[in-house]
Design a protein around this ligand. Structure first.
Ligand code: IPE
Ligand code: IPE
Ligand code: MG
Length: 246
């Protein structure tokens, strides 16, 4: 951790946590065991993020498309989520972590929604880090919701079409008020975005690793941060030195 430069930390890290099932399969365990082990990685990555001073951490925990999975797996994931929220509350309060959820939360089981509301309420005054769980989340659905909101505003005469700009669209997304991710990590050797934060990652640095999520722990995470710090972000310009790299 000593070689992490404090002045070049990502403000927002977003992670597609993938590979729980394959981790279990490799060990002849059932997929649920993989998710349980994945929850241990979540605990560690949250703790380390807070330690190094990342202000926003967003974790893709359940996609809108994950509803296609078998009922027992969905049930197990929901139970695991509830247990996670209960067991981590104390830690979040001690460490100044505020929890929030993004996605079509109303589709989650009522008891999970209740636990999310409770955790969000109890951590609402925390200021050191925002932990966002993407649940029943799909980026296209999110963009669609934003467009419908804007269209209603236009119809009601509150917005004129010329007023529609990037800021207005961003403010209609579930991530309203958050900075865009600087670093997007995906584990398990899948090189795709799977409907995660499509609008928000326009200029995110991508980090892909073959490591399966249950094995993605502090060391791997530090490697991703170090790699991020080596990158030069240009945002379409020519770079600080101007012109071509040699
Ligand atoms: C990621 O692990 C967790 C969720 C998507 C909920 P997977 O369950 O997708 O694991 P693999 O991809 O089958 O290995
Ligand atoms: C993406 O993983 C969703 C989450 C990590 C929650 P998936 O395993 O569901 O994605 P695909 O099916 O490989 O694209
Ligand atoms: Mg997967």
């Amino acid at each position: 951790m000593e070689d992490i430069k404090a002045e070049k930390l990502p403000r927002h890290v977003a992670i597609i946590m993938d590979g729980n099932g394959r981790w279990a399969k490799k060990r002849a365990l059932n997929r649920i065991r993989g998710h349980e082990e994945g929850a241990e990685s979540v605990r560690e990555i949250v703790r380390v993020s807070r330690e190094i001073g990342i202000p926003f951490l967003t974790l893709y925990a359940f996609s809108e498309e994950n509803w296609k999975r078998p009922g027992y797996e969905i049930q197990a994931l929901m139970n695991l989520l509830k247990r996670f929220l209960r067991s981590e509350l104390k830690e979040m309060l001690t460490n100044g972590i505020r929890l929030q959820a993004i996605g079509r939360i109303h589709k989650l089981p009522e008891d999970v929604q209740e636990e999310l509301r409770k955790t969000a309420r109890e951590t609402s005054r925390n200021r050191d880090m925002v932990l966002t769980l993407a649940l029943s989340y799909g980026s296209r659905q999110e963009i669609l919701d934003a467009i419908q909101g804007i269209a209603k505003g236009v119809k009601a005469g509150k917005i004129s079409p010329e007023d529609i700009n990037e800021e207005l669209i961003s403010s209609g997304l579930y991530t309203e008020g958050m900075p865009e991710p600087d670093l997007l990590i995906r584990t398990s050797a899948e090189y795709r975005v799977s409907n995660f934060l499509l609008w928000q990652i326009a200029y995110a640095e991508m980090y892909f690793t073959p490591t399966l999520w249950p094995e993605f722990r502090k060391q791997e995470y530090m490697e991703a941060i170090r790699e991020y710090q080596r990158r030069e972000r240009r945002f379409g310009a020519t770079g600080e030195r101007g012109g071509r790299e040699t």
